[in-house]
Structure formats: structure tokens, C-alpha cells
Write a protein that binds this ligand. Structure first.
Ligand SMILES: [Ca+2]
Ligand SMILES: [Ca+2]
Length: 655
């Protein structure tokens, strides 16, 4: 074990030094020198075949261009964002790492506008009849070991993101002067509670997110919402305010929601976030606007009529949620955009671009994406690529994460394609598997392992999905971790206690420990994991709206602080260990109650053990050797099984 890790460290250093053999003496004489010397075509020890890469020079004959980018399939997003070439004498050049022994297609992008090939280099006609340059497979003598999908220097890798959903109205009241009160709503629970952008900025400035290990904020829809009351989701006959942000009235980015503050407040919060290396995603609601929106009376043809001639086309009433999903109204005061109308679509896409450029945000969370015409999404991606990303240097990946509330992978996958649609979606199917195995103990841990093995690649190598345990539409996840869960794994009954008999904060430590185990899985596996505000302290609550209680900033129980500390510890492990974010997972053992897996990436390897049972369990599969356990800061030995306490996770790294 020890020798294996040393080998990885050695090969990493060797290749980082450009294969300069003289540098190997800096590292001292390894115990078995022959083991470390790559033979012809051998590559570094333990490098998966798919990770091997060769450094290759590309050239383009210089004319009077002002810039040339090399683009191609040498990298996961290589067709979307290229590598800037440097002009040397009479040619542009760039060195890039290409996959080992694989053909590469490429093209040149000149002056930031024009695709071109070099006719002097070999060409190929691809599946879409486009002519590209082509380079035959290369087998270099000493391949690099590079994880697939790695992005260029200076470009943010969204696999490193940890997303936190800030429900602005319920997070922190930083300025009581902007507080709103909508008269006639059914309860204070569905009125504005005072949270605002100034409050969020304060928590950013105080270091709350840095302490927790969060580096990306998803912020509720900032557009000005109606001041009217309306019935709640699911027609529960209560009157709500628009505290959630999903009833937009005025889409002008310069006049955002006054109940959350001013445009200057919003810009200040983004500046604070960016100053601390925190990305910001805005929630964007593009399915509908509130009926009071001026745009509805001005352009009635831009919206589907509520009555389609024969039916009252409310989703779930006269119209079907699925069959009519792209046109039915969610409720009778939310006119549904008709994006088959070209002018309506162009207006809406431009409005998104206006928000993005006004605030300089890094991505968007797109609400209920399956309920809009597909062209809205492909138009938006094209506009972002040509009009926002193209102006950046280096060009960043603008992250689009969608919500498709479905437990069927193909439903989600349809919208995932980073070049033309979404980068990823909230992973509802993974949530179901996670909850069933880790929290509710209805499926075995080995079932979760099997599910994740096929889920990892289900959305394509370039996707960055967002796995999660809780969100704002489902009853709080802590109650699914209780000894007797309060509703089923589909959250079917979570609304039955929204308005009465609301759940109190669980007192048994078991629920918090189980949720911590779910986070151990989420935070040591791929994707940009999502934390719903309050779930880091296991905040209580039934379905909407009881799942949107005010964030507690004091009076936490020891169970709650245990959970928050565990989240923070896991996220610090995630930050320190690339294998958790982009590694290859190998199950070492899996049973009904336990799972032990290895994560490996270049120069990084660790083992994660989970025991969901109510008693300590011996977990097999940790190889012989001496380890540090990162959650308890203790030493551990592999070989024979390791004893994992009841409802605990452990993370081992070789000493
Ligand atoms: Ca306020
Ligand atoms: Ca408003």
C-alpha cells in the first residue's frame, strides 16, 4: 500500500518536471527502483488506460488573424472552449494533452468568430458532414496520467463546486427596513420573514460558507415578484405571499425584488462572494410569470391561454402535467409562456442574458425545465456561448443546472448536454437510492453501490450533475433519517403535516448520524453536491411550506452542531482530496449495512467506510497498512476488517 502511494507521488513529480530523468534524484532512491521506471508505452504505475495522455504540439499558419484558438475533442469541453494559441514567427502554436492512442479531431477558431481548418494537415469529415483536421492516435513513451474532463488553466472546474441553496427570505434579515408584509395570507409561515441580500452578504463576510466548505451559492429568484397573495402549490387552499420568488411580476434586472433589498445590495453580495472565491447561481423561473405582470397584458399572444377551447388547461385539472406540460398553467394566476412564439422566446432568452450580464453571475438554476419548449434552452445556451462566455478570458464554463422532478434517468438526461443544453440536473434518482439505503434502510448499502456504479456515467462524461439529499420542495430530510421515518422515500405524505401537527426538531442522535452518513456518501462522490439551507443542522419541517422555516442561528442542540461539524469536516476532506471530486470509485466490500469504497485519482487515494446499522460493524476491504482516519484524527490499521461504530462513516488515507 505504502509503496503504491509513493509510486503515484513519484510519477506525478516526474511528469510534472517534464520527464527530466535527472530530477528523480531529488526524490531519493526509491526502495525498488525498477518498479518506478516506466517502460516503453507503460505509463505511470496504476494509471487507468482512459486517463493516459500525451503532450502534443499543434500549429496553424499565421496570416493576419488577431487570435487563434485550438478547439477539438482532445478535452471533454474542447469544442466549447478552446486553447489560446501563441504566435511564434510564421505560425500559431499550442501544446495540449491529447488522449493516449486515440484519434483527435480539431479545428481552429480565429478572431473569436471563424471556424477554419489547416488544409495542409490531414482532414476528416465527421458525422455531421463538417470537415475537421485530424491527428492519428499517438503513443508517447511516457504518457501523462490526467483525469478525463480536466479543464484548461484558469478555467473553473465545476466538479469542484459545492452548492448551497440560500432561500433568501428565510436565511438572515440583514436590513429590517426592507421587510415586506402581504396582508391576508393564511399564516406568518407563508408571509415574508425578512431575510434579504444584505443578510446573505453578512453571512458571506462572516465566513459562514468558508467555514462550512461551501463555494457556490444558489440564490432564490431575484426578479420582482407580485405583492399579491395567491393559493399555494398543490391547491392547498391557503393564501401565500411570493416569499419564495417563483411568482415574477417585473423581469427588469435593474429593479429586482424590493423585499430582498436593492440592486446595489444584490451586487454587493455578489462582489463579497466573488471576493471569497464563491460562485453565485441565480434561480431563474422561465415557465411562467404572475398574471399581474405588465408583459402579460402587453403581449397576450406570448402566453398560452388558460382555456384552450375545450379545457381549463391547469396542470393536473383540465390538462395533464406530462402530456400538456409545456403549456398548462401551474395554477390559475401563473400564465405559462408560449416559447413556440419566436418573439416571446427571444424576449425571454434576452432577459436571462440581461440578468447574467447585469450581475456577472457564474451560472443559473433553471426551474422546472421540462415545462418549456426545448428551443428556449438551446437558444439560451447558444447566446451564453456566443455572447457571454466568448467575451471572457479565459473563457469559463457557464454552469446551467436544471430541475426535472423525475426519478427516471432518461427524463433528466434528455436535457443534459453541456454544449447545447444543461451541464447537469439535480439528481433525483440518486437521491431516492441514497435515502432508501442510508436513511430509511429499505434497500441494502450494496444496492446503493450498484446504483451509483451505473449512475456515475449515466449522463455523459462531461455532465456535472448535482446530487442532493434535501430541497425546498420536499419535507425536510432529517425526518427520513429518524428511527421511524415520517413519510415514505417518495416523500408522498410530506405535505400532510405542513399546516398542522408540524414535526418538531428530532432529539435522538440517530437521525443526525444517519444524515451525516448520507453526507459522507454525497461529499465523497462525483458531482456538484447540493445542500439545502438548514440541512447542515438537520432543520425540522414537513412539506412545503413547513420545509422553509427561518434558518436557526442560535440555540442549536449538540446533535445539530455535531451534524454541522461533520458537514464541514467532510467538505474539507473533499477540498483537500481530488479523488473525492474526480476520482474513480471501486467498491472493496458492500453488504446490507456497510459499504467500503476506494477513491483514486492522480497522486491521491482514500477509502470511505459507511456503517448504517445501529450496532458497530466490522467492515472488510481496507488493504493492509497504516492509515490516518480523517474524521476522528486517529490512526488505523488495514488488513483485517475495521470496526466502524454504529451509524458512522470513516475516511482512511494511507500514512
Ligand atoms: Ca429584511
Ligand atoms: Ca415584489
Amino acid at each position: 500500500m505504502k509503496r503504491h502511494l509513493l509510486a503515484l507521488a513519484f510519477s506525478f513529480a516526474l511528469f510534472a518536471c517534464g520527464s527530466d530523468a535527472s530530477r528523480t534524484t531529488d526524490l531519493g532512491q526509491p526502495p525498488d527502483a525498477s518498479f518506478f521506471i516506466p517502460g516503453p508505452d507503460a505509463g505511470p504505475p496504476s494509471c487507468p488506460e482512459a486517463w493516459k495522455a500525451c503532450s502534443e504540439a499543434f500549429t496553424y499558419p499565421a496570416g493576419n488573424e488577431t487570435s487563434v484558438e485550438l478547439r477539438g475533442d482532445f478535452r471533454a469541453d474542447g469544442w466549447m472552449s478552446g486553447v489560446a494559441m501563441v504566435k511564434l514567427g510564421n505560425q500559431w502554436t499550442a501544446k495540449v494533452n491529447v488522449p493516449y492512442n486515440k484519434q483527435v479531431q480539431y479545428k481552429f477558431f480565429t478572431n473569436g468568430t471563424t471556424w477554419t481548418i489547416d488544409p495542409a494537415q490531414p482532414t476528416i469529415t465527421d458525422a455531421s458532414s463538417s470537415i475537421n483536421n485530424v491527428r492519428a492516435p499517438v503513443q508517447c513513451a511516457a504518457p501523462l496520467c490526467e483525469e478525463p474532463g480536466a479543464v484548461a488553466a484558469g478555467v473553473y472546474d465545476w466538479r469542484d463546486a459545492v452548492i448551497y441553496f440560500v432561500f433568501v427570505d428565510r436565511f438572515f434579515d440583514g436590513n429590517s427596513a426592507n421587510n415586506c408584509d402581504v396582508s391576508g395570507v393564511s399564516s406568518s409561515m407563508v408571509n415574508y420573514m425578512g431575510g434579504d441580500w444584505a443578510g446573505l452578504k453578512k453571512k458571506i463576510d462572516d465566513g459562514y460558507f468558508a467555514d462550512l466548505g461551501v463555494n457556490t451559492l444558489w440564490v432564490t429568484v431575484p426578479a420582482d415578484n407580485t405583492d399579491e397573495k395567491g393559493k399555494g402549490a398543490g391547491q392547498d387552499n391557503h393564501s401565500y405571499s411570493a416569499f419564495h420568488g417563483y411568482w415574477p411580476k417585473n423581469l427588469d434586472p435593474k429593479n429586482p425584488e424590493g423585499c430582498f433589498g436593492s440592486a446595489a445590495d444584490l451586487k454587493a453580495l455578489i462582489a463579497s462572494a466573488h471576493g471569497k472565491g464563491i460562485k453565485v447561481l441565480f434561480d431563474y423561473a422561465m415557465v411562467h410569470v404572475h398574471k399581474s405582470a405588465e408583459i402579460v397584458s402587453k403581449n397576450p399572444s406570448w402566453f398560452w391561454p388558460q382555456y384552450d377551447g375545450t379545457r381549463n388547461c391547469i396542470c393536473g385539472q383540465g390538462c395533464d402535467w406530462n402530456a400538456d406540460g409545456k403549456r398548462c398553467w401551474f395554477t390559475d394566476y401563473l400564465p405559462h409562456w408560449d416559447y413556440t412564439n419566436t418573439a416571446a422566446r427571444a424576449y425571454s432568452v434576452q432577459n436571462v442574458i440581461d440578468w447574467v450580464t447585469e450581475y456577472g453571475i457564474d451560472g443559473l438554476r433553471l426551474d422546472a425545465i421540462k415545462h418549456v419548449d426545448d428551443r428556449w434552452l438551446t437558444d439560451l445556451r447558444a447566446r451564453l456561448t456566443s455572447g457571454v462566455v466568448a467575451e471572457q478570458s479565459p473563457q469559463q464554463r457557464f454552469y446551467l443546472v436544471g430541475e426535472t422532478f423525475s426519478y427516471t434517468q432518461s427524463d433528466l438526461k434528455y436535457y443534459v448536454d453541456p454544449s447545447s443544453k444543461l451541464d447537469g440536473q439535480f439528481d433525483f434518482p440518486e437521491r431516492l437510492a441514497l435515502i432508501k439505503s442510508v436513511l430509511m434502510r429499505k434497500s441494502d448499502m450494496s444496492d446503493l453501490a450498484t446504483f451509483l456504479d451505473q449512475n456515475d456515467e449515466a449522463y455523459g462524461a462531461n455532465a456535472v450533475m448535482s446530487p442532493f439529499a434535501g430541497n425546498h420542495d420536499l419535507g425536510r430530510v432529517i425526518h427520513m433519517a429518524e428511527d421511524t421515518p415520517l413519510w415514505d422515500e417518495w416523500s408522498n405524505e410530506d405535505k400532510s403535516r405542513s399546516w398542522s401537527n408540524q414535526p418538531t426538531q428530532p432529539t435522538a442522535v440517530s437521525a443526525y448520524e444517519r444524515l451525516a452518513n448520507a453526507y459522507a456518501v454525497l461529499f465523497t462522490n462525483r458531482g456538484a453536491p447540493l445542500l439545502y439551507y438548514g440541512d447542515e443542522v438537520g432543520l425540522a419541517g414537513a412539506g412545503d411550506p413547513d420545509n422553509r422555516r427561518m434558518m436557526p442561528w442560535s440555540g442549536l442542540s449538540t446533535n445539530q452542531t455535531f451534524l454541522r461539524d461533520r458537514v464541514s469536516a467532510l467538505l474539507k476532506i473533499r477540498a483537500a482530496h481530488p479523488a473525492t471530486r474526480r476520482g474513480k470509485r471501486t467498491t472493496m466490500s458492500a453488504s446490507a449495512d456497510t459499504w467500503l469504497y476506494k477513491l483514486s485519482a492522480t497522486g491521491d487515494e482514500l477509502y470511505v467506510a459507511i456503517n448504517r446499522s445501529n450496532t458497530a460493524a466490522t467492515v472488510n476491504g481496507l488493504p493492509s497498512g497504516s492509515y490516518s482516519e480523517l474524521l476522528t484524527n486517529t490512526a488505523a490499521a488495514g488488513g483485517a476488517g475495521v470496526l466502524i461504530p454504529a451509524r458512522q462513516a470513516r475516511v482512511f488515507v494511507a500514512k
